[in-house]
Design a protein around this ligand. Structure first.
Ligand SMILES: *Cc1c(COP(=O)(O)O)cnc(C)c1O
Length: 355
């Protein structure tokens, strides 16, 4: 089977030296070796998250920690800003956990603003606000400034899904007043899937102590008990953690965060210009994502055959998500993708579609 370059927004290509770390000799998860690896990983994440909050990671995809946020933090009512498929998923998670939940619907392609939630938070009996920082289905990045103030004024916890943005764009968790941050390995971190990470503020942690019916697997207090010993409650995906620790070292000490952010921004700007030249942007300009771009299929191109032709040439194409299939397509420019690779891919699309 020919390996393909993944231009989908996760999972992404994993660099060879990062991938190889998964083949390190296995260790027991209660061993000294594992504890050292755990501690090092927490420290690396602390620098990327820019946060002093409690940091947990464990054996789940990111959706698991989205569910954890709901189970630990919502007692009275959840308010969800819904502007695409992943923010809608968080709302569904709240409802399926039998929580009272309300969604503020924002048109797809746009983003919510603090003033959109203010009146609702003041009027309702809410205790948590859920915002998807980078809505991967529409390639919309929501500016997060101002949300935490509205939350604080209403004694509401601020929960953020940064699954497809953390480590690609600056996201200072503490400065932004984020109480629960959820992210995962297989997007901007450029690590194999199967491991998710979360950061939990004191306020959210204390709230969790009083919340009922949290279950066991995702209880922050169970995580904390083990985190104190640089460990996890259940057996973690040690190969992915070894990759993540190595990758964090690369990101922080080899490439540098600022360079990484700049590379993402430049690839995003290039992709947006390309889309404007040949198609139309799906996202409004003020909230277009720096890690993935969504193009409206204004030429009515046959995206299924485009995908097949790109596949033959060794590329995995990303059609529109869910209801946008055929009507839009996405180009991921995240993790360790380089500008020259992106240009080659976009050139190929031009050739195939004769643009
Ligand atoms: C990928 C993604 C998820 C889901 O992540 P899994 O690891 O598949 O559970 C959630 N939210 C956003 C914004 C995503 O991009």
């Amino acid at each position: 089977m020919m390996a393909k370059s993944l231009f989908i927004p996760g999972p992404v290509d994993v660099l060879d030296d990062v991938a190889r770390k998964a083949a390190d000799p296995m260790v027991g998860h209660r061993s000294k070796e594992y504890c050292a690896l755990h501690e090092k990983t927490v420290e690396g994440l602390r620098n990327v998250f820019m946060s002093e909050n409690r940091i947990y990671f464990g054996p789940t995809s990111s959706t698991g920690f989205m569910e954890a946020a709901v189970r630990n933090c919502v007692e009275t009512k959840a308010l969800h800003v819904v502007n695409g498929a992943f923010s809608n998923r968080w709302h569904q998670i709240s409802k399926s956990n039998d929580k009272a939940a309300h969604a503020i619907e924002i048109p797809w392609g746009s983003a919510g603003r603090p003033e959109d939630v203010k009146d609702e938070l003041e009027a309702g009996d809410y205790d948590c606000l859920f915002v998807t920082h980078n809505e991967t289905s529409t390639a919309v990045m929501t500016p997060l400034e101002g949300f935490s103030e509205v939350c604080r004024d209403n004694d509401v916890l601020f929960c953020v899904d940064a699954v497809s943005s953390m480590a690609g764009v600056p996201l200072p968790v503490d400065d932004l007043g984020i109480d629960v941050l959820v992210t995962g390995t297989q997007k901007c971190f450029g690590v194999a899937p199967g491991l998710a990470m979360t950061a939990v503020s004191d306020k959210a942690f204390q709230k969790s102590a009083k919340t009922e019916n949290k279950g066991y697997y995702f209880d922050y207090h169970v995580f904390e008990k083990y985190a104190k010993k640089n460990n996890t409650p259940s057996t973690p995906p040690i190969p992915q953690i070894a990759q993540l620790a190595y990758q964090l070292d690369r990101i922080l000490n080899e490439e540098g965060l600022e360079n990484r952010y700049r590379r993402h921004r430049e690839m995003a700007e290039h992709t947006r210009q390309w889309v404007r030249r040949h198609f139309e942007m799906y996202a409004e300009d003020w909230c277009a994502s720096d890690t993935v771009t969504c193009a409206k299929n204004t030429r009515d191109a046959d995206l299924t055959s485009l995908s097949a032709e790109l596949g033959e040439k060794g590329y995995l194409f990303s059609n529109g998500y869910g209801k946008l299939k055929g009507q839009a397509f996405r180009v991921a420019h995240m993790a360790d993708r380089q500008m020259n690779e992106l240009k080659t891919y976009l050139d190929l699309i031009e050739q195939i579609l004769r643009l």
